[in-house]
Design a protein. Structure first.
Length: 185
């Protein structure tokens, strides 16, 4: 886009947050490809656990509004209203995450923590061969086969509806300035 017609942008997500997002995604997708276990699977599982724990800590303690969970995770009433607005094709643009995207973040982080913890527990002598722990690990791990396509679909749908490249925003950390009718959250 020529510089004269480019809309002003605002910084939303820091490089550290974006790096963590892509590193966690790479760990999880690689673990899915290496689903039979092994040294790489285990190492990347521990890395995924560390990255997910780091993101949860940021979500609780960060000062940045668009990073802290209380800044973007909404309750059931607001989330349901957002889902209805998406369905009707008139959801307002959110500078950060919309309520549905916020709950997807929670679901992905929960799946990452449960998958990594159950995998780590399964490798101990006490739980080695325990079918319950193995089952939890498999179900939580394969939940990404559902969650990731839903996440990507939500990003594509929101990008199209709001005429804003959210994938690019997760690389640059920048989105266009808020406009009339936009939600600052």
């Amino acid at each position: 886009m020529p510089e004269a017609t480019r809309k002003p942008e605002v910084s939303v997500w820091s490089p550290v947050l974006r790096w963590g997002h892509w590193a966690l995604a790479a760990c999880i997708l690689t673990c899915l490809l290496l689903h039979e276990g092994g040294t790489w699977h285990e190492g990347l599982g521990y890395a995924a656990l560390a990255l997910a724990a780091w993101r949860v800590a940021l979500g609780v303690f960060a000062k940045a509004h668009h990073v802290r969970f209380t800044g973007f995770v909404r309750g059931p009433v607001a989330t349901w209203a957002s889902a209805r607005a998406v369905w009707a094709g008139n959801e307002p643009r959110h500078l950060g995450h919309n309520p549905l995207g916020a709950w997807m973040i929670v679901a992905l982080l929960l799946a990452a923590v449960v998958t990594a913890c159950s995998g780590a527990i399964y490798t101990t002598d006490y739980f080695w061969g325990n079918n319950l722990v193995y089952g939890i690990h498999r179900i939580a791990g394969w939940s990404f086969a559902v969650l990731v396509p839903l996440h990507i679909g939500g990003v594509v749908l929101t990008s199209l509806m709001q005429r804003e490249n959210l994938l690019l925003a997760m690389f640059t950390g920048r989105k266009r300035q808020p406009e009339s009718g936009d939600r600052p959250l």
